[in-house]
Design a protein around this ligand. Sequence first.
Ligand code: FMN
Ligand code: ATP
Length: 309
Amino acid sequence: MTGVIMDYQKNIEKIPQVLRCAVTLGKFDGLHRGHQKLIQRVLEKKEQGLSAVVFAFDQSNRMILSHEERRAKLETMGVDLFLECPLNERLRHMLPEVFVKEILVDRLHVGFLAVGQDFRFGYERKGNAQLLQKMGQQYDFQVEVIPDETDGKRKISSTYVREQLNEGKVEKVAELLGEYFSTTGEVLHGRGLGHRKLMPTTNLVPPKEKLMPPNGVYITKSRFGDQQFHGITNVGYKPTVGAEEFLGVETYLFHCDQNLYGQKSVVSFLKFLRPERRFDSLEKLKAQLMADIEKAQNYFEETSKNVDC
Ligand SMILES: Cc1cc2nc3c(=O)[nH]c(=O)nc-3n(C[C@H](O)[C@H](O)[C@H](O)COP(=O)(O)O)c2cc1C
Ligand SMILES: Nc1ncnc2c1ncn2[C@@H]1O[C@H](COP(=O)(O)OP(=O)(O)OP(=O)(O)O)[C@@H](O)[C@H]1O
């Protein structure tokens, strides 16, 4: 965590006046390894006295990181100002030249700008790296076009991460993000059935805009403040006991007998084990859970050097 609190603004009309800054532009869903490369360049410019600004065009799709998770991560990285502007009609129809002059130059006093090779913005997506470079010469700011961060031959993109997440390939997602896919939430009370008939679990509801992997059981680790536990997690609606209304993230924590209700938890997804199923009885579900636990414990034993806890 940096000592300075990150400034944040959603309204393009209220962008604060900045003395001189380094900016990066894009949608930034997920803050994957490609995004991190751009943000890192902007952060390096702080040494020259520039403020580090991330300008995100925000779409209302499901997101790899929720708004709050993304904000927290950017603040931890050391970003000074995060602009999260909805990609509305005004922005969509703005001429790229007007965006650069009125927002980047007049309002933000941009000194350095980092974008990816295929970045497009403004009316008819006519704004691109070449235009930015031309305008950089005109208005005296440096433009750096960052080479693509790739996974083999494929460019890492939010689309690629979403595709892998939708297929439950959380190990690949971790490679693309540079960290495990995770979700945050407060530990809520379940129906208490688990505690009485199966095993004690923590229940949380992921943020509503959050994109989740397919319903099923995953090997996970859960963080509560500075404590961390290995475990297994079910993502889904618990069809065996009468489906829940909201998608839940329910975790059995290994070697934990604490009361965690009300605490904030971060659940990281390490490996997919099986799809969620409807069982004929709680006994059959319990037998399956024992097999899941054994698989997860073997996994942790095999990977103990890499999965700290
Ligand atoms: C690791 C794990 C796997 C689970 N797998 C399933 C499943 O495949 N099908 C299902 O209906 N419920 C599954 N559940 C949910 C249980 O049905 C649930 O723990 C139980 O109903 C208690 O819910 P409660 O905490 O709301 O009382 C799973 C729970 C955990 C922790
Ligand atoms: N793999 C990458 N390497 C380098 N720069 C990247 C990479 N991916 C995206 N960028 C750049 O990061 C900024 C934000 O990217 P943006 O989120 O708009 O695209 P994306 O990750 O490719 O997502 P999508 O799949 O939704 O298009 C843009 O300037 C973009 O060009």
